[in-house]
Design a protein around this ligand. Structure first.
Ligand SMILES: Cc1cc2nc3c(=O)[nH]c(=O)nc-3n(C[C@H](O)[C@H](O)[C@H](O)COP(=O)(O)OP(=O)(O)OC[C@H]3O[C@@H](n4cnc5c(N)ncnc54)[C@H](O)[C@@H]3O)c2cc1C
Length: 450
C-alpha cells in the first residue's frame, strides 16, 4: 500500500496524538512534489575554479549567478543533493526582515541613522528578489500577496500599530491596521485581536524558485556538485584548497553559504551561528469555499509571538502549509514531532479538524547572537553570508548577490550590514544545548507578556 491508499491521518488525529501508523504521511517537503529531488548526484568535482561556493541554497545560487555574470568560473558544492537545506524546505513567505526588531528597539540598538539604512535595505531585498525572478523568468508563483500579522493579545495590536507608524516615518514602509471588529475580512478566525497588513510582502514556491536558479546557473556554465561534503578548506598559495568527499578542488576564492547547516568547516563561523529547527505540515486540499473563508485575501500569515507560527495556502492547490517550531526528538519521521503544529492550526481554524495531513518536514534556521544577518570576509580570507534568523528567502538572495559583488571588488556590493560587528555566542556548545531553554523562555514571555 502506498502513501495515498493508506487511511488518512487527520489534523484532529495528529493534534490528539491518536496515530498508530504514519504510513499516509510523506515526511518530505510538500514543495518537492513539484520539484522532485534527485536521489543521487554523480556530477564530478572539477579540479579548479575561480570561486568555490559551499552550500547550494538561495545564498550560494544567487551569489553564483552574480559571479558568473562577472565572468568568474564557479563550482557550488553541497553535502546533500542540490537544495538539500532550508531553501527548498521553507514556508515560501517573502518579507523584508524589517519586522525582526521593533523600530524603537532597532534605533536604541543602532542609532536612528543606521536603523534607517538597515530598514531601507530590507525593502530593497524584497525588491531585489522580485527583480531577479522577473528578469530571470523563473516561474515560481511569486506574488505580492501581502502579509497579515495577527495580534495574539490586545496590547500586541497597539504596539504593532505604533511600530507600523514608526516604520512608515523612518523607512516609508506601507502598512495598515485591521481592528478585531473587521478581521474576518483578513482571516476566518475569532482568536486574534486584529492585526497589521504589509501589502508588499510576497509569497513564492520555494522549490520551484530554487530549481529556476539552478537551471539558470547550469545554462551559464556554473557547476553544481551535490553529495560533496566539504571536509576542510586550507590556504594554498594565493588561494584555497578544499578537500571534499568527491575530491580536491583549488579555488581562488571561497564563499561559505551554509547558514543553518553550518558545522565545523570554519571555527570562526561555527561560534557565530546556532541552528534552530523549524517544522511544517501540509494538509490535503480543502474545499474552495472553506479556504476562501479562512484566508479571504490569500496572503501569507504570522502572529505576534516570538516563538510563532506561520501559514499560507499552497500557490496552486487548496492546501494549508503550516509551520512553527520543530518538535524535539531524534526521529524526523515521528509524528509526535509535528503534533503541536496540528494543535496550533486547530486553535486558529477549528472547523477543518477532519482534513487529512499529507506532508510533514523540518529544516534548520541559522540564528546569530545579535539576530542580524551577516556577510563579509573572515580573517582567513574566506567570504560568508549567513544568519537570516528565519527570514531568509529575500535576505539570502540579496546577500548572495551582494557578497558576490564584494568578492569581485565591485563597490555596488556595499550594504548597510557591512560594518556590523559579528558577535560570537559566548559559549557556543552551551548555546546549542540551550536552544530548547531559549524557546521555552520566549513562550513563557509570550504568555505572560513580559
Ligand atoms: C522550515 C523552515 C521554514 C522557513 N520559512 C521561511 C519563510 O517562510 N520565509 C523566509 O523568509 N525564510 C524562511 N526560512 C528561512 C530560509 O529558508 C533560509 O534563511 C534560507 O533558505 C537560507 O538559505 P541559504 O542558502 O543561506 O542556506 P540553506 O538553503 O540552508 O543551504 C545551506 C546548504 O549548505 C550545505 N552545507 C552545509 N555544510 C556543508 C559542507 N561542509 N559541505 C557542503 N555543503 C554543506 C547544506 O547541505 C545546505 O544545503 C525558513 C527556514 C526553515 C528551516
Amino acid at each position: 500500500m502506498n502513501a495515498s491508499t493508506n487511511p488518512p491521518i487527520t489534523l484532529r488525529d495528529l493534534a490528539h496524538g491518536k496515530t498508530t501508523t504514519t504510513a499516509s504521511i510523506r515526511f518530505q517537503p510538500y514543495w518537492w512534489e513539484a520539484a522532485p529531488r534527485p536521489a543521487t548526484d554523480d556530477t564530478h568535482c572539477p579540479a579548479t575554479c575561480d570561486v568555490a561556493v559551499v552550500g547550494s541554497g538561495f545564498t550560494g545560487l544567487s551569489a553564483a549567478l552574480t559571479l558568473l555574470a562577472k565572468g568568474r568560473s564557479v563550482v557550488i558544492l553541497d553535502r546533500g543533493v542540490p537544495g538539500f537545506g532550508a531553501s527548498t524546505r521553507n514556508g515560501g513567505q517573502v518579507g523584508s526582515g524589517n519586522q525582526k526588531f521593533k523600530v524603537k528597539r532597532l534605533i536604541a540598538l543602532r542609532g536612528e541613522k543606521k536603523a534607517t539604512e538597515l530598514l531601507l535595505e530590507g525593502t530593497r531585498m524584497l525588491d531585489y528578489i522580485e527583480h531577479l525572478i522577473t528578469t530571470e523568468k523563473i516561474d515560481c508563483h511569486f506574488q505580492r500577496c501581502g502579509r497579515f500579522r495577527a495580534a495574539i493579545r490586545p496590547e500586541h495590536y497597539e504596539a504593532m500599530a505604533r511600530d507600523m507608524e514608526d516604520l512608515k516615518r523612518i523607512a516609508g514602509v506601507e502598512s495598515y491596521m485591521v481592528p478585531r471588529s473587521e478581521q474576518m475580512s483578513e482571516i476566518g478566525s475569532e482568536i486574534f485581536y486584529g492585526g497589521s497588513v504589509l501589502p508588499n510582502d510576497a509569497a513564492l514556491h520555494p522549490a520551484l524558485y530554487h530549481a529556476g536558479l539552478l537551471q539558470r546557473i547550469q545554462e551559464r556554465g556554473g557547476v553544481v556538485v551535490g553529495q560533496s561534503n566539504v571536509n576542510s578548506v586550507s590556504r594554498n598559495g594565493g588561494g584555497f584548497q578544499l578537500e571534499t568527499s568527491k575530491g580536491r578542488i583549488a579555488a581562488r576564492n571561497v564563499l561559505i553559504a551554509t547558514n543553518g547547516y553550518t558545522a565545523n568547516l570554519s571555527s570562526a563561523l561555527s561560534r557565530r551561528i546556532i541552528s534552530i529547527g523549524s517544522g511544517l505540515i501540509s494538509t490535503a486540499e480543502i474545499p474552495a469555499d472553506i479556504l476562501s473563508r479562512l484566508m479571504p485575501k490569500n496572503r501569507v500569515y504570522g502572529n505576534t509571538n516570538r516563538v510563532f507560527y506561520y501559514f499560507r495556502a499552497a500557490p496552486d492547490e487548496r492546501r494549508i502549509i503550516w509551520g512553527g517550531r520543530a518538535g524535539r526528538g531524534a526521529q524526523a519521521t515521528s509524528l509526535a514531532l509535528y503534533r503541536h503544529l496540528a494543535r496550533d492550526l486547530l486553535t486558529v481554524f477549528p472547523d477543518i479538524a477532519d482534513t487529512p495531513v499529507t506532508h510533514a518536514w523540518d529544516g534548520q534556521i541559522g540564528y546569530t547572537h545579535d539576530e542580524f544577518p551577516h556577510l563579509g570576509r573572515m580573517a582567513d580570507g574566506m567570504h560568508y553570508a549567513v544568519g537570516y534568523c528565519g527570514t531568509g528567502v529575500s535576505r539570502s538572495t540579496y546577500f548572495g548577490h551582494k557578497i558576490a559583488l564584494q568578492m569581485v571588488g565591485d563597490p555596488a556590493g556595499r550594504t548597510a550590514f557591512d560594518d556590523l560587528a559579528f558577535p560570537a555566542f559566548p559559549v557556543h556548545p552551551i548555546a546549542k544545548r540551550a536552544v530548547p531553554v531559549v524557546e521555552t523562555w520566549y513562550r513563557f514571555r509570550d504568555y505572560t507578556k513580559i
